[in-house]
Every structure is written in C-alpha cells, then in structure tokens.
Design a protein around this ligand. Structure first.
Ligand code: FAD
Length: 286
C-alpha cells in the first residue's frame, strides 16, 4: 500500500477559484488570477515544504498558472516522508518505502523548480528567502511566498532521550527506532505511550497508534498490553471509534486483560479487569 500521491489532477474550475482565493492570489477569474495578465511577467512563487500542503499548492499553482506562474519548491529532504500511515510502519505492516514519496514528478510533470535545501530565513522587505543547500547558501527572490513546513516535535524539558524512547511523531529514523523496539517486545511486555495535551498534530494519530500496536500484540499472542497516558480529559478524536463502543480491544484469548488501556489525569479509575473499552482509563500513569 502506498501513501496516495497528491500529483493527480482531479479538480474542477470551482476548486481553482477557491484555491487562488485561499492563497490570496485571486482576482479571481476561473482561469487565471488577475495579476497574471498576458502583459505581466510570470509571478515568482516560492513554496517551502514538499509535504501534502506545500506540494499540492506548488502543483496547482504551476498547473493552473499555465506558464504565468513560476513555482520554486524548497524541501529539506530529497523525498517526502509521510506521517500518514507511519503507525503501520511501527507495527511492521508497511515498510518505510510505503510512506516515502518521490518528488520527481514535480519538476518533470509540472515544471516546478525543486530546490533541495533548508529554508533558513525570510526577508519580507527585499522579498527573498535564504536557503541552505549541500553546495552552500542561496537567496531566492519571490513575489509570493508560501510557508508549508509542517510542525516539528517539541522536545520535552528534562532528560528526554529520543533514541531510548522514540516518539515517532515525525516520520523517518524515529519511526524505524520505534518499529525496532516494538519488534523486540517480549511476552507480557508493556508498550507505554503518551498523548500530549491538545492541540497537537493529527488528533486521531496517537489513538490510532494505540490501536494498531494493541492489535499487533494480540496477533503475535504476546499477552502484553498498551498503556496510554493521555494528558486530555477525554478522547480527543473519533470517540466512537476509539472509545467504549469500539470492538477492537476485546481481551485476547491468551490474556484475560484488555490489550490497550487508557489512563487519564482526570482520576477516573475503573477496574483493571475492565473489558468494556479498549482505551478505558484504569490507573494514574506510572
Ligand atoms: C503518526 C501520524 C499519523 C497521521 N495520520 C494521518 C492520516 O491518516 N491522515 C491524515 O490526513 N493525516 C494524518 N496525519 C497528519 C498529517 O501527517 C499532517 O496533517 C500532514 O503531514 C501535514 O502536511 P504538511 O504538508 O502541512 O506538513 P508535513 O507533512 O510536515 O510536510 C512539511 C515538509 O516541509 C519540510 N520542511 C520543514 N521545514 C523546512 C525548511 N525549513 N526548509 C525546507 N523544507 C522544510 C519537511 O521536510 C516536510 O517534508 C498523521 C500524523 C502523524 C504524526
């Protein structure tokens, strides 16, 4: 299974108008925005980040700009590593290749100039973006700038060691580290994870992880469990799927206990034998 690519044009004229309006580039005609008249030189748009946000913006600006928009896309990595489906890489159901998206189509199919490098600073007065690349620094002039770098993991204060306890909330080496740790989980082993206080990236992501890891433990008949320390008072996303009505977390045949328990700072403490919910609070976090 591959992460779906954003590089296929399935859009309509209405989408085009909305798209240019959202980007603040609209005049807005259904074809080209007003600033793109035949007399004006091609507008230079620089996009930072080739994730789903940046790559999609770059693609449609180039596609709908019909040669009147010159798009440069700056991406720190040679390929995009997608967080989407990365929980399945943690359980070994998918490989890293399944969540790695090549960027070749952006220049070859859509005429986008791809710069592999890290955007370092913006000069909004001179309208330039400074980029650090393998061959040195470069300054890219722009008429319009789109920043789509996603969000980074905020390292907790204290002695947190991401090598020993990988968070895997950014796809890449962290995903591999966590996959290896799960693969090494022994019988009756415990997978302990936390969910930060909202807002955080992808509200269902951590609950999804708890579910797929619990499923992994069950299928491997390890008899272990998942303990989720949730900083939120309730399940923050898809409570029907992840809450008490979900059938996904019934006790395994090899273990009378639920595969996954959710603990909460709220102090709600049902019995440890509670089999009602896959993610029921059972105890304060260790
Ligand atoms: C575990 C997990 C599971 C998820 N599952 C789903 C799901 O099933 N469905 C769903 O819709 N969403 C899911 N999400 C959320 C999804 O990953 C994000 O919403 C999405 O990735 C946001 O896209 P983006 O383009 O804004 O940012 P990103 O995907 O983070 O892309 C940003 C890009 O910018 C680049 N970049 C960053 N800084 C710079 C810089 N200074 N210079 C150059 N390049 C830079 C990065 O290398 C990266 O390629 C999940 C998230 C996680 C963590």
């Amino acid at each position: 299974m591959k992460t779906p690519s954003p590089f296929t044009d399935t859009t309509t004229a209405l989408d085009r108008r909305k798209f240019f309006q959202i980007l603040g580039l609209a005049g807005a005609s259904l074809t080209l925005p007003r600033f793109l008249s035949a007399a004006t030189p091609a507008a230079r748009v620089v996009v930072v980040g080739a994730g789903f946000g940046g790559a999609t913006a770059a693609k449609y600006l180039s596609l709908w700009g019909k040669g009147k928009v010159q798009v440069t896309l700056v991406e720190a990595n040679p390929q995009h590593l997608s967080c989407i489906l990365s929980n399945l890489v943690v359980t070994g159901a998918l490989g890293m290749a399944d969540i790695t998206i090549g960027l070749e189509a952006l220049p070859s199919k859509y005429g986008i100039t791809l710069v592999t490098g890290r955007a370092m600073s913006v000069n909004p007065v001179a309208r330039t973006l400074d980029v650090s690349t393998a061959s040195g620094s470069t300054s890219l002039p722009y008429d319009h700038l789109i920043l789509a770098p996603g969000i980074d993991f905020i390292t907790p204060a204290g002695d947190y060691n991401a090598e020993l306890t990988p968070h895997a909330w950014v796809a890449g080496p962290q995903t591999t580290l966590l996959r290896n740790q799960l693969a090494g989980l022994k019988k009756k082993g415990v997978f302990l994870m936390n969910i930060p206080k909202a807002p955080y990236r992808c509200p269902p992501g951590p609950y999804e992880r708890a579910c797929v890891v619990a499923d992994y433990i069950k299928r491997k008949r390890l008899g272990g469990k998942v303990i989720v320390c949730d900083a939120n008072p309730g399940i923050t996303a898809e409570p029907v799927n992840f809450g008490s009505t979900s059938p996904a977390f019934s006790p395994t045949s090899s273990s009378p206990e639920p595969s996954a328990w959710r603990t909460s700072p709220s102090g709600w403490k049902p019995s440890p034998r509670n089999t009602e919910s896959p993610l029921s609070p059972v105890a304060p976090c260790p």
